[in-house]
Design a protein around this ligand. Sequence first.
Ligand code: APR
Length: 173
Amino acid sequence: MADNRIELLDSDITTLTVEAIVNAANNSLLGGGGVDGAIHRAAGSELLTECRSLRGCATGQAKITGGYQLLAKHVIHTVGPIWKGGRDNEAEFLASCYKRCFELAVENKIKTMAFPAISTGIYGFPKQEAAAIAIREARAALTANPELEKIIMVCFNHETRQAYETALKYNVR
Ligand code: APR
């Protein structure tokens, strides 16, 4: 069962010793507030230097860099959709973020990774719907890739934790 390889953790993602942490970035990849700001502060200026060379990232896509002064060896930067009410393919773009992050992890032989709740902060995506998408995509990735050992969904607030706990209760067939 994939769920025993999914872990919910109340933590600051920059403190985790997983092989890769995922950053909820913006299209410029040049840093920002929220978790993006925390990751750039913790990784140091070399992260921004490498990000500059990547020339941005489209919404729903992901790009990988080194982790520099972070404990994690890699940062996978993904750009989630800005919530506009749900009629602008936001759910599909968010699912694409998770899919692309898992593809990059498998391509780079990464076995342990941690996600923030992408798009649910500044970008305003409803937490429960976002958690359901995250858990659905994580289950699919874990089933398809036995070499993926652990996926941590980081909960930076109580509402996010509740949303993931609810999402895990439903076994979407
Ligand atoms: N560790 C883990 N999670 C965190 C941390 C942290 N240090 N800081 C914030 N979070 C959580 C937020 O509480 C939220 O649950 O990450 C989730 C995503 O929120 P945001 O960081 O606001 O990201 P998002 O909603 O995807 O908006 C992206 O914000 O920071 C800018 O440059 C970024 O423009 C982009 C936008």
